[in-house]
Structure formats: C-alpha cells, structure tokens
Design a protein around this ligand. Structure first.
Ligand code: FMN
Length: 369
C-alpha cells in the first residue's frame, strides 16, 4: 500500500486535509476534467430523493470535507457526493490521529453488533490492509456557517449532469441547552442548509452526540419531534435521516412510524459506524485521550450489519405500505458489494471507507453493470 495515496490522507491532521486536500487521484481529477462528462449511462429511472442521477451511487458524509473534495468526487464518477456533516456553529475536531486500521478476529473480518469483541477490544493500529476496515474519531467538526454556506453553494454548482450534491447536517448539543433548544438547533441548521440552494438534505442522528456511546437515533420519539421542526423550516425539500444500526425491530418500526408515518421524512441512510473498544497490540487504549476508549468502526467489517439494516427497513416498507427511500451504506468496497445492497432493497448505495481506499470504485461499479 506504500505507493497508494487516499484522497483523505490519514497521516495528516483534519485541518491539513481541509486546507490542502484532496490528495492522490482526486487531486489529479480536480486539476483537469469536467464533472460528469463521460459518465452518462442513460439508465432509466435512476434517482435520489426525486433528483435524476446517472447512477445512484456515491460517497456518504465523512471523507468529502469541502467543495474541492465533492467536486473531485463528481469528476471521478461518484454521482452522489455528500458534503461532510455541518453544524449551526464552528466545532473543533478530536485530536490527531483520527483514523486507525482495525483488525477484527473473525475469519471473514466482520464485526457483528452485540458481539463480545466490541466490548473486549478490537486491535487497532496503522497497518492498513485490504479488505479495508478502519475506525474514525473526528467528533463531527464543522466550520462556521459563514464559511460552509458559500462553499456548499459552490459544491452544488459543481455537480455535472446527472449528479447531485447531498448536504449532511446535524444538531449540536451544548452545555445548558434545553431539549427545545436542541430541537430548534436542528431546524436552524436545516434552514442554513436550505439557504445554499440544496435540493435535498440528510440529517445525521447517528453520531455519539447524546453522551458516551448514546445516539440520537436510539430515541425515535425525539427524532420524530426534531424532524417535525425541521419540516416546518424546509417545507417540501426532501429529508433523509442517517441511522446507526438499530438492533430492535420494535424500535426501528417506531422510528419509521414517527418520521415517515408523519410525513416529515422521505428516506433513511444506513448504517453509520459500529462502536467498538479499540486496543493496541499490548491491550492498551489505542486512541489517545479521555472518552476515546471506544470509537466507530467502518469499512469491510460492517458490511453484514449494513445489509441487515437495509433488509429490515425494506421489509418494514413492504409490511407498513409506506413509501420511503433506502440508501445503503457500510462496507461497500467492490461492485459485488454494491450489487448485494441493491438486492437487499437499497434504492441508492454509498461508500466512504471503500472509496477512500479505491478512487476508481465508481468507475468499477459502472463497468460491472
Ligand atoms: C473519515 C470518515 C468521516 C465520517 N464522518 C461522518 C460525518 O461527519 N457524518 C456522518 O453522518 N457520517 C460520517 N461518517 C460515517 C460514514 O458516512 C458511513 O456511515 C460509515 O463510514 C460506514 O460506511 P463505510 O463502511 O463505507 O465507511 C464518516 C466516515 C468516515 C470514514
């Protein structure tokens, strides 16, 4: 892997990546070429939340830090490029390092939600190997809206024919905030996103915002109230919610009923990372600093969990007779993984870790169809 340069360089700080990236093939694509020029597949019926696209495949919130990254992604044939999650205010990043390679012990390298290994410790180090699994620990940093709003506008304008810029946002919980303030912060951020000219948006409910290892999406009724406030702000602009793995079928059904069932949400994107205790080869905490004994794992290890969530959501959609989009995310590193998500019921598919380690992934998937 030594001659390989991911477009997000895990050996540099987040701030350096923001200021200097993207790197590798994405940097080359940014210097030359026009968005989407050779990508037209002319496939009938491909769309994302009502927007026609060449292929409903792309990169989810995370490695595309600003408009230079999203524009490069478009030029590399990723027709859906998600602008990394923004907030209503500037927000700092967790200390470096933010990414480590992870090595689950199972024969196929998978991590199963609820398994003992997640609490006992998974080896994490800097030996990046294929099929790639990593941990990411950023804390969802954001620029101030004064910075990200004009940049998001530029990102939207850089989409080629059949390509869509997907904005991602989330609420921010700060000391002394009431629940009403927290709900209002989501609505404010959604309005700031809409002001950029966004045609749709994804709201992240799956980062550990609610305290150690507790996620907003584990509280479906609160998500229901938040999406109602957001809907009041953005009107008919389609809203997708990003979900982590939700183990209980009852909770998942309650999530669907309290959002789609009330007309506030048009789709789900799932999954986000799976939380695991990360240890070095001596069994010590792998990431430095308080509160970082656990971190989110993504990439190949979580594909089984992602496919399971998509299958369960597709079954609920059928049983409840509701109409919503499913965006499949988690461990897509090859055309076969893309096909598996489509077969599981996903309307669109995205890859973060897989795309970071293979800038040609969109081209490979298109060539396989
Ligand atoms: C470097 C990195 C940063 C991420 N940051 C975010 C984020 O800001 N918001 C979000 O909703 N998900 C974030 N994610 C999660 C991804 O969107 C995705 O759900 C997860 O990585 C699983 O997909 P994968 O296996 O293809 O990586 C991030 C992932 C990576 C790799």
């Amino acid at each position: 892997m030594s001659d390989f340069e991911p477009f997000y360089d895990v050996n540099r700080t987040y701030e350096d990546n923001y200021a200097q990236g993207p790197f590798g093939a994405f940097a080359e694509a940014l210097k030359s070429g026009t968005a989407g020029e050779e990508e037209e597949l002319g496939k009938a019926g491909e769309s994302f939340l009502g927007q026609p696209v060449n292929l409903a495949f792309g990169i989810p919130a995370g490695p595309l830090l600003n408009s230079r990254y999203t524009t490069a992604a478009f030029r590399m044939g990723f027709d859906l490029a998600t602008y990394k999650t923004v907030r209503s205010r500037a927000w700092g990043c967790n200390p470096f390092p933010n990414v480590l390679a992870v090595h689950p012990t199972s024969a196929d390298g998978s991590l199963t939600p609820g398994s003992a290994e997640l609490d006992e410790g998974v080896l994490a180090d800097t030996n990046y190997e294929q099929p790639i699994s990593i941990s990411n620990s950023f804390g969802v940093p954001s620029q101030n809206p004064d910075v990200w709003q004009p940049d998001m506008k530029a990102a939207i304008a850089a989409a080629g024919p059949g390509q869509v810029l997907v904005p991602s946002f989330q609420g921010s919980r700060v000391e002394g905030m009431s629940e009403e303030d927290y709900i209002a912060d989501h609505a404010t951020t959604a309005r700031l996103v809409k002001e950029t000219g966004a045609k749709l948006m994804v709201m992240n409910t799956s980062c550990p915002n609610e305290g150690h290892n507790r996620l907003l999406c584990h509280n479906p009724l609160l998500v229901g109230r938040i999406t109602e406030a957001v809907k009041n702000e953005i009107g008919d602009t389609p809203l997708m919610i990003k979900l982590a793995f939700i183990p209980s079928d009852d909770d998942l059904e309650l999530m669907v009923r309290s959002t789609v069932g009330r007309g506030t949400v048009q789709g789900f994107s799932t999954i986000n990372t799976i939380s695991a205790k990360l240890v070095d080869k001596d069994g010590n905490q792998a990431l430095p600093g308080a509160g970082r004994d656990r971190s989110g794992v993504c990439g190949s290890a979580i594909r089984g969990a992602g496919l399971e969530m998509v299958r369960r959501l597709a079954a609920l959609r059928e049983r409840l007779g509701l109409d919503f989009a499913i965006n499949g995310v988690g461990g897509v590193v090859s055309p076969e993984d893309y096909a598996a998500y489509k077969a599981a019921g996903a309307d669109s598919v995205m890859s973060a870790t897989g795309a970071m380690w293979d800038a040609e992934l969109a081209h490979k998937i298109k060539a396989s169809l």
